[in-house]
Design a protein around this ligand. Structure first.
Ligand code: NAP
Length: 318
């Protein structure tokens, strides 16, 4: 049976849940489709479920773990009456109102009809796209130190990337691994100063500069990686038990990429706050933010999308 709602929120990271808190408190009874756990890099709660300490979300002077922060936001949205369902939207029709959504691969009658939609589908890890990576994902290749770090107790591992994610993962992984090598394709880091200082001061972390991983080897689990020096082209290899890929993220736009305007870099285009190219469809969080990509900015944009939605619904007499 098709359920009707005034507000359908797709996604349950800080953006989606903040939008849910605000629209629920505005008595709009939002339905939040939070997604389903399909892999370590794609699950309800978004990227913060894969993060360790969050030290820069205001209001938590001692920091808070990503999963705890998301559990709190979810409980807060539920407390005000948001209906949160553990399903994944697999098809969206935004060509006419009410908008229609299908979940779990259903191709029959739509599961939801919505007067307005708030898209908060976030972003996912970019992979290296080298031989062995996909085959050994979950067998030594990981995108989530929090989820998998424990499996690498006293083992040598590498983290690929030079941004905040790579340095954060590497620092966390020193709790478990015998050694952590950060492999970066250039000779200077993109990460923020404080993360750099922390990683550079950590005795368990070493850096391999100007180096790309070219292949990941091992029968049933990671045993070795192939490397190339980006300056000299010289090839080498290294024995490792784990490869943590932390080279950035890609916005999750598959279910609406053909219907809404995107930026050339693939992120959802918004204007005047959270408005997309279709009236009644709003967006917030990492799916539309290629610049800041922080938990707090995602939450802030979720608030903006909720207020824009509320005002638009009011203007429609809904
Ligand atoms: P990022 O800042 O985009 O950094 C990605 C890194 O991966 C770069 O160093 C890049 O190298 C490298 N890279 C990209 N493609 C590669 C490839 N194919 N092979 C090898 N290396 C590749 O991504 P991020 O670290 O995930 O951070 C994203 C955003 O989240 C940033 O705004 C960051 O500040 C924020 N963040 C904040 C925190 C925190 O504050 N606690 C934690 C995590 C993330 P180049 O440098 O050569 O381009």
């Amino acid at each position: 049976m098709t359920q009707s709602t005034k507000v359908l929120v797709v996604g349950s990271g800080p953006a989606g849940l903040t939008a849910a808190i605000y629209t629920a408190r505005a008595q709009l009874n939002p339905v939040v489709i939070e997604g389903e756990p399909s892999s370590t890099s794609d699950q309800p709660g978004g990227q913060l479920m894969l993060t360790t300490e969050v030290e820069n979300f205001p209001g938590f002077p001692e920091g808070i773990t990503g999963p705890e922060l998301m559990t709190n936001m979810r409980a807060q949205a539920a407390r005000f009456g948001a209906q949160i369902t553990t399903e994944k939207v697999t098809k969206l029709d935004l060509t006419a109102r009410p908008f229609r959504a299908w979940v779990g691969g259903n191709d029959g009658e739509p599961d939801y009809e919505a007067t307005s939609v708030i898209l908060a589908t976030g972003a996912k890890s970019i992979m290296l796209d080298v031989a062995g990576e996909e085959r050994l994902l979950g067998h030594g290749v990981s995108t989530c130190a929090t989820c998998d770090g424990f499996f690498f107790r006293d083992l040598p591992i590498v983290v690929v990337g030079g941004g905040d994610s790579a340095l954060e993962e590497a620092t966390f992984l020193t709790r478990f691994a015998s050694s952590v090598t950060i492999i970066h394709r250039r000779d200077s880091l993109r990460a923020s100063k404080i993360m750099q200082e922390r990683a550079l001061a950590n005795e368990k972390i070493t850096f391999l500069w100007n180096t790309q991983v070219t292949e990941i080897l091992g029968d049933s689990k990671v045993e070795r990686i192939g490397l190339t020096n980006t300056l000299t082209g010289e090839a080498s290899s290294m024995d490792v038990a784990g490869v943590f890929v932390a080279i950035g993220h890609r916005p999750t736009t598959e279910i609406f990429a053909n219907e809404l305007d995107l930026h050339p870099n693939g992120y959802l285009a918004v204007h005047q706050g959270s408005l997309t190219s279709i009236e009644g469809v709003f967006a917030c969080g990492d799916v539309q933010d290629h610049h800041y990509r922080q938990a707090i900015t995602a939450a802030g944009s979720g608030c903006m999308a909720a207020i824009d939605t509320e005002r638009w619904l009011e203007s429609q007499g809904s």
